[in-house]
Ligand binder design. Structure first.
Ligand code: NCD
Ligand code: ZN
Length: 342
């Protein structure tokens, strides 16, 4: 296949940051995707409906004129988010809340310390039909970083599903065979997003010939066994798995630093990276449903009606791009990609 056309996709997990940095990255996503779930881990985090509305306006101003792109807003769940705030969020068009276990990832220190503290609020979400997007890693320092997702399933996910059976839960950016299996076997209220980096790379990528900070994200890349299980889930045709890039831009100097920030920037070449992953599994025919159908179906939103075309045409990804006053280095920057959006 030299080119193919699919329904315009959506990105169900995206970080765009704020201010000048946001102006730099939003156009890349708007070019590829019709909608994106905007993650709320700003500093300070987006915890109220009013903040989400103001953030949405700022994002909309960063969309180039004539481009049709809708940011879908989320709130950052804290120990003190109230059921009343859920009502206001619903009225403001917010679609979901995000769980950051305190300390799990970038800007998560305001996150939840014990999920049981939030049960009244989760019940309100269940009632109002807001989704719960979960960063699924425990933060217990005794648990090895490569095991944190698998342990989360037993310690948090299973009790949560038991206690809130009607809540729609997205297990975000899954990285392990255990999570893929858990979601496959769960009921229809549970789904998962998959990033391009976890479909394309195993953890060797972080250490190839030296430490490679641009391959460092959270949850961290896992072994080849896990990568294969994720690719199998993504290309299975199951409606529980859909596209969420977790494109997470950090200024180059924050990545190439003695303490490297977690996050891969992929917004510029996201659908091309997914095409490469699906092609490697001989499953390009499964890309459209993964990228464009399963997400809106799970969220209860209409599918997009326009199309994009991808062509097999090698091109070189820029090594660095402006990021506000700083610069950013895309994942695979300076290297060749096989597919290109027309
Ligand atoms: C994300 C970020 O930088 O905001 N980083 C990452 O490695 N994925 C946070 C997150 O989604 O965990
Ligand atoms: Zn993320």
């Amino acid at each position: 296949m030299d080119s193919f056309t699919i329904t315009r996709p959506d990105d169900w997990h995206l970080h765009v940051r704020d201010e000048a940095a946001m102006q730099s990255v939003v156009p890349y996503t708007a070019k590829q995707f019709a909608r994106a779930i905007i993650m709320p881990n700003l500093r300070p985090p987006v915890t109220t409906a009013a903040q989400a509305l103001a953030y949405r306006e700022r994002i909309e101003k960063a969309v180039p004129p004539g481009v049709d792109f809708t940011p879908l807003m989320t709130l950052y769940l804290t120990d003190v988010t109230t059921p009343d705030e859920i009502k206001r969020a619903k009225d403001a068009g917010v679609v979901a809340l995000k769980l950051y276990p305190a300390g799990a990832t970038t800007n998560s220190d305001a996150g939840v310390t014990d999920l049981r503290k939030t049960y009244k609020t989760l019940e309100a979400m269940q009632r109002e039909g807001l989704l719960f997007l979960v960063h699924g890693e425990v933060t217990d320092p005794e648990i090895d970083i490569f095991d944190r997702e698998a342990v989360f399933i037993d310690r948090v996910m299973r009790p949560l599903r038991h206690d809130m059976p009607e809540l729609k839960v997205v297990f975000e950016h899954i990285t392990t065979a255990e999570a893929a299996q858990y979601v496959t076997e769960a009921d229809a209220h549970t789904a998962a997003t998959l990033t391009p980096q976890h479909l394309l790379y195993n953890r060797n990528a972080i250490f190839m010939g030296g430490l490679r900070p641009h391959y460092y994200c959270l949850p961290v890349l896992k072994s080849e066994t896990h990568r294969r299980a994720l690719l199998k889930a993504a290309t299975s045709g199951s409606p529980k798995f859909f596209l969420g890039t977790d494109s997470a831009p950090h200024a180059g100097q924050m990545k190439e630093n003695s303490v490297c920030a977690a996050g891969c920037f992929t917004a510029l070449s996201a659908i091309e990276l997914y095409a490469e992953a699906f092609e490697s599994a001989g499953a390009l025919d499964k890309l459209e449903a993964f990228a464009s159908f399963h997400g809106p179906d799970f969220y209860g939103l209409p599918r997009n009606t326009t199309q994009i075309t991808l062509r097999k045409q090698a091109w070189q990804l820029p090594e660095r791009l402006p990021f506000g006053a700083a610069e950013i280095k895309p994942l695979r920057g300076g290297e060749e990609l096989a597919w290109r959006i027309v």
